[in-house]
Design a protein around this ligand. Structure first.
Ligand code: 6PG
Length: 502
């Protein structure tokens, strides 16, 4: 019973997280239904262990009973299997294998938050079910992910030292401290993990992270598409431009990898590698869940939703091919200075990014009420500064904004962001105009501008909309000069159109 933590599921994420824990001195008991995966993690640990005489920190277990018998109590078991039914199958098998009510089972998959809420209640007589979402892909899991824990506070106290050890770290300026060398983990700096709240809070925050990730990625793709279509730039040229942008306010992991991707060539054909990749985007659901959750709570999150739809539209490859032969764009072409276009697109990307993050944080603010959570928005921004896919220096600005005012209604209202939108919105407007004139689809840019203009409008045509609703369905309306909450109905078909209080 000398292992600190058990693992069920030693696929890429499970294996790398187990190796990360071992690097930090924790002893891991690992189990997987596939014996090859167990062997693989043991072989990797042996290969990577700097001192071959040192004792192995990961042991392989042939079944769950064996894994449990190797763990110190209360036992902590990390489950890293595909989200959905497999998590429940593992939970039930752990019960059969003798897990106890004080033990903690941690779901580290991309589970839907509603499942986490349900599971915590459903398994409470058998063990403590705890959620921890992991971001950062396989490299993050191996050398420092962003960890988003949610569950009961006592379990968190038990998990906290381990989670803080393996999480990504940032320095005093909020910049990630990176060491991708096995056996030499980063031990200093602020860890990218913080307790986010009970039951499904961690998985919810991760889902919103992914919704923002979808928007971030789509916006970068639209910037690339515009540069290519308007200026005729080759991918390599755009990659270099992105690398340059990455030195400024747009500094982020996603811009960095995009710059790298665009400068690669296909070994077989010599063509830019990006041109050899089919333009049909996959998705596993987290962006869609974010959009659905926002819609259900009535939160305007159009940029995130448009990013989900853009992926859906991209998959209509045969239909698009067919339509391309029928539907034409009547476009305007004119001389545009490349420098101006580049500047406009760079500004557009930053403005739209601000709007997308504003939407993401609005979704979480609404979820607080819906699920009775209390989020620390500064902590959320801080734990996204390192390790995760949307890591960016920009997140420090968000943390500062919420540190300054926890009740900030919308990120756009923070001085820095309001000022940036004032200074750079011309670029977003120009990019949208150019896209419209030249027929380049940029739904996320359009949506960002519409959100900004809608949010800053004191008057919207929703008065007319209310009149329409009242006209055809007697849905009533409030008057600008009436008591708040007092409803009125106009008898639109009657002589003199009489209005009555309802
Ligand atoms: C992360 C990523 C990770 C994964 C997404 C991608 O934070 O590490 O978000 O969770 O890459 O699930 O999802 P799609 O397949 O839907 O793009």
């Amino acid at each position: 019973q000398n292992c600190n933590i058990g693992f069920v599921g030693l696929g890429v994420m499970g294996k790398n997280l187990a190796l990360n824990l071992a690097d930090h001195g924790y002893r891991v008991a690992g189990f997987d239904l596939d014996a090859n995966k167990i062997q693989d993690v043991l072989d990797t640990e042996e290969r990577e262990r700097p001192d071959t005489k040192k004792e192995a920190r990961i042991i392989g277990c042939s079944n769950m009973e064996n894994m449990l018998s190797n763990l110190a109590k209360p036992r902590v078991v990390v489950v890293l299997v595909p989200a959905g039914q497999p998590v429940d199958i593992v939970c039930n098998n752990l019960i059969k294998a003798g897990i106890e009510s004080d033990d903690i089972v941690v779901d580290c998959g991309n589970s839907q938050w509603t499942d986490t809420i349900r599971r915590e209640a459903e398994y409470k007589d058998y063990f403590k079910f705890f959620g921890t979402a992991v971001s950062g892909g396989e490299v993050g899991a191996r050398f420092g992910p962003s960890l988003m824990p949610g569950g009961d506070a006592d379990s968190w106290k038990h998990l906290q030292p381990m989670w803080e050890a393996v999480a990504a770290k940032v320095d005093e300026n909020g910049k990630p401290i990176i060491s991708n060398t096995p056996g030499k983990p980063v031990t200093e700096g602020e860890p990218c993990t913080a307790y986010l709240g009970p039951n499904g809070a961690g998985h919810y925050v991760k889902m919103v992270h992914n919704g923002i990730e979808y928007a971030d990625m789509q916006l970068i793709c639209e910037a690339y598409h515009l540069l290519r279509s308007l200026l005729g730039y080759e991918p390599e040229e755009i990659g270099k431009l992105f690398a340059q942008w990455n030195q400024g306010e747009l500094d982020s992991y996603l811009v960095e990898i995009t710059a790298d991707i665009l400068q690669q060539y296909d070994a077989a054909t010599g063509a830019p590698l990006v041109d050899m990749i089919l333009d049909s985007a996959g998705q596993k659901g987290t962006g869609r869940w974010t959009s659905i959750s926002a819609t259900q709570m009535g939160v305007p999150a159009g940029i995130i939703s448009e990013s989900v739809y853009a992926r859906a539209l991209s998959t209509l490859t045969t239909e698009r091919e067919h339509a391309a032969g029928i539907l034409t764009a009547e476009v305007e072409s004119g001389e545009i200075a490349a420098e101006d276009v580049e500047k406009a697109i760079e500004e557009a990307l930053y403005c739209a990014k601000i709007c997308a993050y504003a939407q993401g944080f609005q979704i979480m603010r609404a979820a607080e009420k819906e699920y009775d959570w209390t989020f620390n928005f500064s902590d959320i921004a801080k734990i996204w500064r390192g390790g995760c896919i949307i890591r960016a220096s920009f997140l420090q600005r968000i943390a500062d904004a919420f540190d300054g005012n926890r009740e900030l209604e919308n990120l756009l209202l923070n001085d820095y962001f309001a000022d940036t939108m004032a200074k750079k919105q011309a670029g977003l407007r120009k990019a949208v105009v150019l896209a419209a004139q030249s027929g380049v689809p940029t739904p996320a840019f359009f949506s960002a501008l519409a959100y900004f203009d809608g949010y800053r409008s004191e008057v919207l045509p929703a008065n007319l909309l209310q009149a329409q609703r009242d006209y055809f369905g007697a849905h009533t309306y409030e008057r600008v000069d009436g008591e708040p909450g007092q409803k009125y109905h106009t008898f639109w078909q009657e002589e003199g159109r009489p209005e009555r209080k309802v």
